[in-house]
Ligand binder design. Structure first.
Ligand code: NAD
Ligand code: IPM
Ligand code: MN
Length: 328
């Protein structure tokens, strides 16, 4: 039988707490897993002098896929480096309002396809004078075309959902103008997929008021970062939002949320985002039926009020994980 080799990086704060829940659910499928744990993050920096040790990077590169929790102030040194080293150019961020979650917009069901390699995340900052600092926003044809093609293909597979290319080309004429040109050219190759363009500021307003207007959003790295937390806010918070970093050869699954220092170490973290990452991992491994079963088990739990306090429930992190396992 196939054994899935998975690198596990819990990280800091609630990272290890939600990853423990995710692994318990994956183990409960009865599939053959070989999990290898690695250190990274603030605690690792303090104890070993490096936020992302070579052994962790090597383990992530050697594994079939990576499960990640969260890193604290060193997050940029850990997760951005991992995304780059693993060549994950897509950041797939679904926001789905589950029944029973008391949230702003219960009808929300959207996928944000976030470009994962460039934009203001290119890491090109400069101090021109003591008073003037700059950051360089990098937009390339290659990365733009690759991400919009991914979004269009995803929308087609999902039955012809509408793709909205989100930009700020009215001000960032060169960079977002170029992104938009790449989007348009790609969209012409997908005549069966509905396609539109919208300015990021008005998208933020429309998401807050009428999120049902959006199905698939494709956008540059920083806008995708910000809009995915906004989308989380519509569906009951960051505790419900998983994400997948996907590339040609590697995949890393992480909740959209961070280390949540305000609730870390108290068993209060909602494990749903991480457990839903497990479902995305299962789907990536070709285990579609198990992916759907895990998603339904989370949905059933939440609908029954078997949830953590952020969702109005009374369960602790691992209690919710067990409630999900009971419904598998
Ligand atoms: P955060 O996502 O950690 O927390 C924001 C709010 O959401 C907090 O009130 C928190 O309690 C709540 N929350 C988040 N996840 C939750 C969960 N699973 N269950 C219940 N409530 C949850 O964002 P922040 O406070 O802005 O950042 C804290 C640290 O995390 C920072 O150091 C930041 O750099 C880091 N961070 C890391 C990642 C990552 O590793 N991928 C992502 C985002 C932020
Ligand atoms: C996220 C996080 C990261 C990002 C940070 C921690 C580097 O906010 O995964 O959304 O900006 O991509
Ligand atoms: Mn973010």
């Amino acid at each position: 039988e196939n054994i899935y080799d998975i690198a596990v990086i819990g990280g800091d704060g609630i990272g290890p707490e939600v990853v423990e829940a995710e692994i318990a659910v994956l183990e409960a499928t009865g599939l053959a897993w070989n999990f290898s744990s690695y250190e990274a993050g603030d605690d690792c920096l303090a104890s070993r002098g490096q936020a992302l040790p070579q052994a962790t990077l090597d383990g992530a590169l050697a594994a079939q896929a990576v499960i990640f929790g969260a890193a604290g102030v060193s997050a940029a040194d850990v997760i951005l480096r991992l995304r780059a080293e693993l060549g994950t150019f897509v950041n797939l961020r679904p926001s789905v309002a589950y029944k029973g979650v008391n949230c702003l917009h219960p009808q929300t069901d959207m996928m944000i396809v976030r470009e994962n390699t460039e934009c203001l995340y290119a890491g090109i900052e400069a101090q021109l004078t003591p008073e003037v600092v700059t950051a360089t926003r990098v937009i390339t044809s290659q990365a733009s075309t690759r991400i919009v093609n991914y979004a269009l293909e995803w929308a087609r597979q999902a039955g012809g959902k509408k793709v909205t290319a989100v930009h700020k080309a009215n001000v960032l004429r060169k960079t977002d103008g170029h992104f938009l040109q790449c989007c348009r050219a790609a969209a012409r190759q997908f005549p069966d997929v509905p396609y539109e363009e919208a300015l990021v500021d008005s998208v933020a307003m429309r998401m807050a008021m009428r999120p049902e207007e959006f199905q698939v959003i494709v956008t540059t790295n920083l806008f995708g970062d910000i809009l995915s937390d906004l989308a989380a806010g519509l569906i009951g918070g960051l505790g419900m939002c998983p994400s997948a970093n996907l590339g040609q050869a590697h995949a890393l699954f992480e909740p959209v949320h961070g280390t949540a220092p305000d609730i870390a170490g108290q068993g209060k973290a909602n494990p749903s985002a991480a457990i839903l990452c497990g479902a995305m991992l299962l789907r990536h491994l070709g285990q579609e039926q198990w992916a759907a079963r895990v998603e339904k088990a989370v949905a059933d739990c939440v609908a029954d009020g078997q949830a953590t306090s952020d969702l109005g429930g009374k369960l602790r992190t691992m209690e919710m994980a067990r409630a999900v396992i009971d419904r598998l």
